[in-house]
Design a protein around this ligand. Structure first.
Ligand code: UD1
Length: 430
């Protein structure tokens, strides 16, 4: 078992370089099998475990995956020979369900076990299924465990999403790029990684227009080819460093970012009293006093991202005054507040609303990472708190943050990964 040990209270200072976007990589990697060719992907956050599982899954269905350097991979999709993916491969992460769309696009057939991933409340896939069916696939879900989708001929069609869903938008795009005719996705998600996926598909010869707006038009093409493509920087990793800089009352230059993707986060940090300077591919974030309060409501892009909600709540725990955080995407995304309370935060949760009464300081404590972004929030809390914080269940953090100890360490943080023996349990007896 591993945990992070943080001795907090040190203002973060210096420069840090953000990795490629996890959520973009997780959509682009399965998309590579739509060409029967070789794709070279750059700026891939190779060492995070979600990306690792996606690469393993590629190998499992017959693709070749070669590591060219620490952030570049080559995917050889010429010999992909299976449309079946078992639970062993899908159970670790949500994005494994993108193989349904990609395999449908490639073979007209997919049999993929239901995905795992962070528990944030029920995570239905009805909109994905509705999209596949609109394109002519017959879809069945066996025992709520395996999705089987089969299409004689995928045919372009209008698809109206009942709610803005990143996952459904990605999956329908993947299934539609080689379908015959025009697919129009209405009420599509507009997240930066949707645009990145569209750019990648177009680099492979697809015809996808309108990504980044709420109407995406996809004209099916017969063949796609290999390409070289660089993944966009990670908006959420960048945002996590931004909030950490402010919460620790530091001064950090965050490099390899697209400032436009960070606007909703920058705006809220400025509202709290931080200074945010934008450069072409960097932002500098600094703060020298106690933050002010602000209210947040999570929304699909370009609104405030749900994936930044826990990190921002840590900052607001230290703010002067009372802030209200409203979570409009997930029904169960405040579990981490119990951990924060152990560190002295004063938060009451009522359904999808949290009322945060700012305290002057947090104190170090043993806590755990309930999920990926909750884990990021615990790191920020530990960095800002007085004393020693130990974070357990860090496997969640390793799913989405590349070299997190090294990166925070380079900013002056006292953070270590330590190995510890598993606690003695009843099954160890005798
Ligand atoms: C969502 C976030 C994404 C974040 C990820 C992990 C949005 C729009 N999406 O993406 O930014 O990175 O969580 O935190 O902010 N839904 C259905 N039926 C479906 C699909 C979705 O009811 O078929 C609902 C979900 O329950 C949820 C909402 O739609 O309430 C958004 O889901 P979706 O965008 O698909 O989730 P992710 O792709 O995981």
């Amino acid at each position: 078992m591993e945990k992070f040990v943080i001795n907090g209270g040190i203002p973060l200072r210096g420069e840090v370089t953000v990795s490629g976007a996890k959520n973009a990589a997780l959509a682009v990697i399965p998309a590579a099998i739509l060409s029967q060719d070789i794709c070279r992907l750059e700026n891939v956050p190779v060492s995070i475990s979600d990306v690792n599982y996606m690469m393993k899954t590629l190998k499992y269905i017959g693709a070749g995956v070669k590591l060219i350097d620490k952030n570049t991979i080559e995917i050889d999709s010429r010999h992909v020979n299976s449309y079946v993916i078992s639970h062993d491969m899908t159970k670790y992460l949500r994005a494994s369900y993108y193989f349904i769309g990609a395999l449908l696009g490639r073979f007209g057939r997919a049999r993929v076990a239901m995905p795992g991933g962070c528990y944030l409340g029920p995570r239905p896939i009805d909109q994905h299924i509705k999209g596949f069916e609109a394109l002519g696939a017959k879809v069945s879900v066996e025992d709520n465990a395996i999705v089987e989708a089969v299409a004689e001929n995928l045919t372009g069609s209008p698809v109206y999403l009942d709610m803005v869903s990143v996952g459904a938008t990605v999956n329908i795009m993947l299934a539609a790029v080689k379908a015959e005719g025009l697919t129009v996705i209405e009420n599509a998600a507009k997240e930066p990684h949707i645009v990145d996926l569209a750019n990648f598909l177009n680099s492979m010869g697809a015809d996808v227009r309108g990504a980044g707006t709420d109407v995406i038009k996809i004209r099916g093409v017969e063949n796609m080819h290999g390409c070289t493509y660089s993944i966009i920087p990670d908006q959420i990793e960048a945002g996590t460093f931004m909030v950490a800089a402010v919460a620790s009352k530091g001064d950090v230059l965050i490099k390899n970012v697209i400032p436009k993707h960070l606007e909703s986060i920058s705006t809220k940090l400025i509202e709290c009293g931080a200074t945010v300077e934008e450069f072409d591919e960097a932002v500098r974030v600094s703060m020298d006093s106690r933050p002010g309060k602000c209210n947040i409501k999570t929304m699909p892009h370009p609104g405030f991202p749900t994936d930044m909600q826990p990190q921002m709540a840590v900052l607001l725990s230290l703010a002067k005054g009372t802030s209200i955080v409203s979570e409009s995407i997930w029904s169960n995304r405040f579990r981490y507040t119990e951990q924060l309370a152990r560190m002295g935060a004063d938060i009451s949760v009522d359904g999808q609303l949290a009322v945060i009464r700012g305290v002057e300081a947090l104190k170090g404590a043993p806590v755990k990472a309930d999920d990926l972004r909750a884990g990021a929030a615990m790191i920020i809390a530990g960095l800002a708190a007085n004393g020693r914080t130990e974070i357990e269940d860090i496997l969640h953090i390793d799913r989405g943050y590349e070299n997190v100890v090294e990166k925070f360490g380079s900013l002056g943080a006292d953070i270590r990964r330590v190995y510890c023996v598993e606690p003695f349990s009843a099954t160890d007896a005798g």
